[in-house]
Write a protein of this length. Structure first.
Lengths: 480, 482
């Protein structure tokens, strides 16, 4: 008797992954187009096709909003929570593509953009991943593509960035994998849903959770696992930095939230997670304090990202359901304000000079008033000042910290914010000060007008999300 | 309409920012029209109904709720006069007009906000235009002043933010300013009330400022260009005192009572320290800056003596200080434009050549030193009376010292600038132009009017009655809505 080939999963299972597949298949289309088209057209075509694929995936993902279900025997959970993270990934990837007009050599543009799409599909997989296998698959898909992307710039720093990221990130992945093995040993399952039952071996389970969380903290670049971040961000090409600053965080936060909220036994969840709140506290203070000394915008935004993730974790402190909503809201806010700032840097970039030094901003307020105003607005948002979404997001996080009894985290958030204001406003000062000597006369010649689109959309979103009466809380679904 | 008072100046400011530099004349007229229109609208909306839009529903309800509460309107009274001043004065500062308009909108927002979260939003927002002006126009090469201003006030603003969030969680809504009157309603646990109030109080004390949190203030006032410093010192600094009255008294009555002693001490120290420091300054603007510290300490005494007269006096003095301080800084700005210096040792004998300027400075300086019949006196006498009636006898005596000192430093400044021999190498320029006179005239008129009849400002609830000393029934302890 010949063995029967059976496919154990029905079409509904695959449907949950369609958005992810659209993005991954979009990357293949980009590669094919790269083969056919003349060199001059390749880059534009790749960007257009990439944006198109992401837009379709984003639109398709929305259709599943009201039908939460679990696919692949619990390997991937579709539903509102997943979709929000998928949308954040899609939006961030689109904005990054808009800046990617100089990414890689012209004849390699298709490959670079395909890598970025695959990386995004990894993050989208992580958004819904509900067992350890899927989580690791998504994480590696995300990271492997990023290792290559980091090295795409001709600058030596770029190769350093790629190598550093490869070695350190692989180490973290290894730790995480070991943690996963321990978790499997303790519970006999890879499914997060099973973890909520009391484990067979508590010691193994705790150790596994610890290693798993360390891996996540590394990917989120939380203090003290953040040391790779500034170097990697600085060396990587600008669109890649922008991409990883949001997409890596979105994917990893989805996993972290699912793990913290849905995968831990109620009895021991608080004890297992308390180091996470300490790490968040450290990140807010150290990240912001380190940002003070930076003179490179990419490094500054790297450290700022460290602190911003700290804020997001504060919202989740105590794992209150409301807190998760505010965490997601703040991640969405961060997406727009952070990518807006990156888009401004992209407009200032020129060949072999990424416009990310503080000097590139000197006197910008008088040379390009609108661009400088936009940058000021994004920095206001990052610093949590009104009238921006950063302000609203922070008030929600503060409220959540009071509600969950973690007021000390709220106080540290305030301290961190006060420190960060100096770091962010250093850029504002560079743009508007008349007294810092003669401004450097840099011609303003953006290689492409595409980032303007990013600047405009991000600015509108930063304003409107902050003031819109449909405040986030009721729209965002909870993790299942 | 009240919402438009906030939004239109901000939008106009942003629009002016985007205008090319060649359109300077148009910008000037837009500024004049917008601020004049805002003045008219504000004056007409005395009894306009509140406007409200939903903002947040979870974790607490918050709304974009604006309206003129009794205290809000009184505090905004001088601000309205300033608008008129600005309308004429903005010719002096076209380059800073965008920031100025944004600042006006934001400050209006602080005074008309009826929701704590909205209050916090404008509270933080009003830092930004001042910071931008400080870094761009600071006469000193370093931007130390700008940072000092920004970091100090931001720390206060963030403490206020945390306190607002905590208030929202405990009370369920932040839409509370002017809603609760008296020590009855807040359902806050006592410990929470104390800590939440501490956050608000820190912000208020820094903004006012009160010793020992005042160190940002003299530098900031000295470095800001004249029209902006007039607005910052006359209006922005009152936001803190307004907060104690409109938010502290009605929402945190127990905490206010608990901290009354330390606050009275801080007020008394500010009062004395400011007056003595003002005596020895050479820079005319710093004299006014330190005198501000002293005067606002007196207001703090008035608020924390919890006496209806003292409270009425505090409100009058808040308005009065806004009027004469704006007048002082605008006059000093005009002197500086003429003489290129504001150092007392370099100035002298101005009155002979510039009699109109001398006259203007005389009136505002006399109001500042508390001459009876002008607005400063009206506030001082009410505060003193209330302070004495509340049983703070020794404090009343202490509070009298700076009033004597005020005469000394104000007259010293006046003499240093207006009288005595002229210094040879200081340029000679013509007297005030009609536009400059028109800029300061409304302030002078208001100084006199408020000095003659402070009643409507002090006790708005009983504005119809004649306010003398000792009416049959004292006005209510907390100035509330209706």
């Amino acid at each position: 008797m010949t063995p029967q080939l059976t496919i154990p999963y029905g079409s509904a299972d695959w449907e949950a992954l369609v958005p992810t597949f659209i993005v991954a298949a979009g990357a293949l289309v980009v590669l094919l187009a790269d083969l056919i088209l003349p060199v001059a057209l390749r880059r534009q075509a790749a960007i257009a096709l990439g944006v198109l694929a992401l837009a379709i995936a984003g639109a398709f993902a929305l259709t599943g909003w009201h039908h939460p279900y679990s696919a692949f025997a619990g390997g991937f959970v579709n539903g509102g929570f997943t979709i929000v993270f998928e949308e954040i990934t899609v939006v961030a990837a689109i904005f990054s593509l808009l800046m990617a007009y100089a990414l890689g050599r012209p004849d390699q543009a298709g490959g670079a953009i395909a890598l970025m799409l695959w990386s995004a599909s990894g993050a989208m997989l992580m958004a819904g991943a509900a067992n350890l296998m899927t989580i690791f698959l998504g994480l590696e898909l995300l990271s492997l593509a990023l290792y290559c992307l980091c090295g795409l710039s001709p600058r030596p720093a770029s190769r350093e960035s790629a190598l550093k990221y490869l070695i350190l990130s692989s180490t973290a992945s290894a730790l995480m994998l070991y943690g996963m093995a321990l978790l499997f040993g303790a519970t006999g399952s890879v499914s997060l849903a099973v973890f909520a039952n009391p484990p067979a071996s508590v010691a193994l389970f705790d150790a596994g959770c610890g290693l798993f969380l360390i891996g996540l903290c590394f990917k989120l670049s939380l203090v003290p696992f953040h040391v790779w971040t500034p170097d990697v961000y600085e060396g990587a090409p600008l669109p890649v930095t922008a991409f990883m600053s949001v997409v890596t965080k979105a994917g990893t936060l989805a996993v972290l939230a699912r793990f913290a909220y849905a995968a831990l036994p109620a009895s021991s969840a608080a004890a297992i997670l308390w180091p996470l709140w300490i790490v968040a506290a450290l990140s807010m203070i150290v990240g912001n304090a380190a940002a003070l000394a930076q003179t490179d915008i990419k490094r500054l935004l790297a450290y700022s990202g460290v602190a911003q993730v700290g804020y997001i974790i504060v919202a989740m402190a105590g794992t209150t359901p409301q807190g998760l909503r505010y965490a997601i809201f703040y991640l969405g806010a961060y997406t727009f304000m952070n990518l807006g700032a990156f888009a401004v840097v992209a407009l200032l970039s020129r060949e072999r000079d990424e416009g990310s030094s503080l000097g590139a901003f000197a006197g910008l307020g008088y040379r390009q008033p609108v661009l400088a105003a936009a940058m000021t607005f994004f920095l206001l948002a990052l610093a949590g000042l009104p009238p921006t979404v950063g302000f609203t997001g922070k008030i929600l996080i503060l409220a959540s910290s009071v509600q969950s009894g973690f007021v000390w985290l709220g106080v540290l958030l305030i301290v961190g914010t006060a420190i960060s204001a100096y770091a962010y406003f250093k850029i504002v000062r560079a743009m508007y000060a008349r007294t810092t000597g003669a401004p450097i006369q840099r011609a303003f010649k953006p290689a492409s007008a595409l980032p303007w689109v990013g600047v405009a959309i991000c600015a509108v979103a930063t304003l409107v999300l902050g003031l819109c009466p449909l405040a986030p809380s009721d729209v965002l679904p909870l993790v299942k | 309409m009240i919402g438009a008072l906030v939004i239109v100046p901000i939008l106009a400011g942003l629009a002016l920012y985007a205008l090319p530099r060649s359109a300077e004349n148009a910008a000037k007229w837009i500024g004049v029209v917008v601020s004049f229109a805002a003045f008219v609208v504000a004056a007409l909306s005395r009894d306009a109904p509140d406007e409200s839009l939903v903002w947040l529903q979870r974790p607490f309800t918050a709304s974009f709720h604006v309206g003129f509460s009794a205290t809000g309107y009184a505090s905004a009274g001088y601000w309205i006069v300033l608008l008129l001043t600005l309308a004429t004065g903005c010719g002096l500062m076209v380059a800073r007009l965008p920031q100025m308009l944004v600042l006006l909108g934001a400050m209006t927002g602080v005074f008309v906000a009826r929701d704590l979260l909205l209050f916090a939003l404008f509270w933080d927002f009003m830092l930004i235009p001042v910071f931008l002006v400080l870094i761009a126009w600071s006469p000193t090469k370093s931007s130390g002043t700008a940072w000092k201003y920004f970091v100090y006030n931001l720390c206060g603003g963030l403490a206020l933010l945390l306190a607002t969030a905590a208030y929202g969680i405990f009370a369920g809504t932040t839409d509370a300013i002017g809603k609760v009157a008296g020590p009855l309603s807040p359902s806050l646990p006592a410990a929470a009330e104390t800590w939440i109030f501490a956050g608000f109080a820190l912000a208020f004390l820094i903004k006012t400022p009160v010793w020992p949190l005042h160190t940002w203030m003299p530098d900031t006032y000295a470095d800001l260009p004249p029209p902006m410093v007039a607005v910052v010192s006359a209006v922005q600094s009152k936001a803190g005192l307004y907060g104690f009255i409109a938010i502290g008294l009605s929402l945190f009555p127990h905490a206010m009572a608990a901290v009354a002693k330390p606050m009275l001490v801080l007020g008394a120290i500010s009062l004395l320290y400011g007056a003595f420091a003002a005596l020895v300054q050479d820079d005319a603007k710093r004299i006014v800056a330190y005198s501000s510290l002293s005067h606002l300490g007196l207001v703090l005494l008035g608020i924390f003596s919890f006496n209806p007269y003292a409270l009425g006096g505090a409100i009058v003095y808040i308005v009065a200080h806004g009027l004469f301080n704006a007048g002082l800084f605008i006059t000093l700005g005009e002197i500086e434009v003429r003489e290129d210096t504001r150092s007392l040792s370099r100035l002298g004998g101005l009155a002979a050549r510039n009699p109109k300027l001398g006259g203007a400075l005389t009136i505002v300086a006399l109001a500042a030193l508390g001459l009876p019949g002008l607005c400063g006196f009206a506030g001082e006498i009410l505060i003193m009376t209330g302070l004495y009636q509340a049983g703070h006898h020794k404090l009343t005596v202490v509070a009298l010292i700076p009033i004597v000192l005020a005469a000394a430093y104000m007259l010293r400044a006046f003499q240093g600038m207006m009288q005595g021999p002229e210094v040879e190498d200081v340029p000679q320029r013509p007297d005030m132009t009609p536009l400059e006179i028109f800029a300061i005239a409304p302030l002078v008129v208001a100084i006199v009017l408020l000095g003659i009849d402070p009643g409507p400002v002090a006790f708005p609830a009983r504005a119809a009655q004649t306010v003398g000393i000792g009416p049959a029934q004292p006005p209510p302890f907390v100035v509330s809505d209706k």
